[in-house]
Design a protein around this ligand. Structure first.
Ligand SMILES: Cc1cc2nc3c(=O)[nH]c(=O)nc-3n(C[C@H](O)[C@H](O)[C@H](O)COP(=O)(O)O)c2cc1C
Length: 191
């Protein structure tokens, strides 16, 4: 049983990375294996809408890091998605990954269905609700099961980086409770 956490920021001192890592550490303490995937040094080209995945069962775009990440998504039982909020939205590299992953999974054996997971969004001030909803819609269209927390999994942190996120005690607490619920649910479903 494994949980992967995908952190969508391209910044080296990323707040999002800090929140996702926090969630994974809690899940690890619950005895479940975890892996952090940062998009920082990865390239994910956007979906071209060629529909070749519908016929072939895989994405035909070459020369980027998509296939390796998709394979980790396919084999994990749990997926956490963390994204900074840019202009009230999820960052483009995360949306490119999610669009392509959805189409490959959806038109094949819907391999994301039945997994457990949830979103984390991080903003300095505003726009969480839209970005958080975008990620939730991804979980729901792909048939994943999403546990709750004591609040929505949103972090409030600015440009400073990980120091900012560490100061956001309510955000860290919310992610911690979410991760505990995720581990609890996964043990009920998969063990
Ligand atoms: C291009 C850009 C757009 C942003 N848009 C928003 C926004 O709409 N709302 C907000 O509160 N913060 C916004 N921010 C701030 C980031 O969401 C915030 O600094 C976040 O902590 C960055 O996450 P990271 O450290 O993981 O990269 C924006 C930052 C950038 C660079």
């Amino acid at each position: 049983m494994k949980v992967i956490g995908i952190a969508g920021s391209l910044r080296p001192r990323s707040n999002t990375l800090h929140y996702v890592t926090t969630g994974l550490e809690v899940i690890e303490q619950e005895g479940i294996e975890t892996e952090l995937i940062s998009l920082m040094n990865k390239e994910i080209k956007p979906c071209t809408g060629c529909y070749e995945c519908v016929e072939k069962g895989y994405c035909t775009i070459k020369g980027d890091d998509f296939a390796g990440i998709l394979e980790k998504m396919r084999t994990a039982e749990g997926i956490i998605l963390g994204s900074p909020v840019y202009l009230s939205s999820v960052v483009p590299q995360m949306m490119s990954l999610l669009a392509r992953a959805t189409f490959v999974a959806y038109w094949n054996d819907k391999f994301l269905t039945g997994k457990v997971g949830g979103p984390i969004t991080v903003a300095r001030r505003a726009g969480h609700n839209l970005a958080f909803s975008q990620l939730l819609l991804w979980f729901f269209i792909n048939g994943l099961i999403v546990p709750g927390s004591t609040y929505w999994n949103v972090g409030v942190a600015g440009a400073k980086g990980a120091r900012d996120a560490a100061d956001d005690t309510e955000g860290i607490q919310t992610v911690t409770e979410f991760a505990k619920n995720m581990a609890k649910l996964m043990k009920k479903i998969f063990l």
